[in-house]
Design a protein around this ligand. Structure first.
Ligand SMILES: Cc1ncc(COP(=O)(O)O)c(C=O)c1O
Length: 313
């Protein structure tokens, strides 16, 4: 099922399977606007929303209630890249009679296939990699047989349809998905490794790096990594951060990742977390590695760091 944006795919899937009196288990590292929908709209119609630690794994069974209808996952977590143990979560959720949804925008249906791991409904912001050119907004909902009928009924009732010209552009984008994603992965890992060796950087958070706490889980379930990752700067002044970001030429400061161009955005996760910490001990910065030349992208970051050093701490 196609919807007019990634966020509308999230909201349509949730509305299709939740009603007043139901309990939703929502991952604490979820994409911010999905969280806002739960807090502002689902609670208003009488859904009980409970957040859980993305690293909970099979422990989710302790949070299951008789009225738990949906367990929602997003792996890796938005901006913080925790990998969830999806098969373990699916087993516990299904044992308790709930269905499992996954926001798989990161995996793009290419590096991770949620339905193969037990998920009932896979959601994509195809605005990102499937479109690939930052010029169309669209979402998709893919459901297994058990979850299909309720989902498609809500999709039609809510009128969440995508326009044919947009669909044409996404179909064209899909033709180059594989080559683009492999390049995004290669560049993302190169940038992450380069950043890991920089004195300005406290930590790089990239699931494909051995230093990532969930690297083994990522290797078990994913066949690759897209171009999105974060790093944490050693504590620095706002002026130093601004000097770094303002002096980058090749990285746009934009939110909607997955296109051909590289992006960089400072993030504050503390306001989006309730059961886990969003404090990384320094400024969190999210990078999207685009399709530009790798050496140019590294040289641009090096230039940004030299401008930062000129301002001082
Ligand atoms: C993980 C994730 N899910 C959903 C969305 C929403 O997609 P859209 O911008 O198409 O509404 C985004 C957008 O950034 C996202 O990062």
């Amino acid at each position: 099922m196609l919807t007019p944006s990634g966020l509308s795919a999230v909201t349509t899937a949730l509305l299709a399977h939740l009603k007043a009196g139901d309990h939703l288990l929502m991952v604490d590292s979820v994409y911010g606007p999905s969280r806002a929908f739960c807090d502002k709209m689902l609670t208003q119609i009488g859904v009980e929303v409970e957040y859980y630690d993305p690293r909970i794994g099979a422990g989710i069974s302790a949070l299951m209630k008789p009225n738990t209808a949906v367990v929602y996952t997003e792996s890796p977590g938005s901006n913080s890249f925790e990998i969830q143990d999806i098969p373990a979560i699916c087993e516990a959720a299904h044992a308790g009679g709930a269905i499992v949804m996954a926001d798989n925008t990161y995996g793009a249906g290419y590096y991770f296939r949620p339905l193969d791991h037990g998920v009932d409904i896979s959601i994509h912001a195809i605005t990102k990699y499937l479109c690939g050119h930052s010029d169309v907004m669209m979402g998709s909902i893919t459901a297994n047989e058990a979850a299909w009928h309720k989902t498609i009924a809500a999709h039609g009732t809510l009128g969440q349809t995508a326009g044919p010209d947009d669909v044409y552009l996404v179909l064209r984008g899909i033709r180059t998905l594989g080559v683009r994603l492999d390049r995004h992965m290669q560049t993302g890992i190169a940038l992450a490794r380069w950043l890991e060796a920089r004195p300005e950087v406290k930590q790089v958070i990239h699931p494909a790096l051995e230093s990532h706490p969930d690297h083994a889980l990522w290797k078990r379930d994913f066949s690759g990594a897209c171009g999105l990752f974060s790093f944490v700067l050693n504590p620095c002044s706002e002026e130093a951060l601004a000097a770094f970001l303002d002096n980058l030429d090749l990285y746009g400061m934009g939110y909607s990742w997955g296109g051909y161009e590289s992006l960089i955005v400072p993030q504050d996760m503390t306001k989006y977390r309730t059961v886990t910490s969003g404090d990384f001990g320094g400024q969190l910065v999210r990078v999207h590695a685009g399709l530009e030349n790798i050496d140019d992208l590294i040289a641009d970051l090096a230039h940004g760091f030299s401008c930062m050093a000129a301002v001082g701490d």
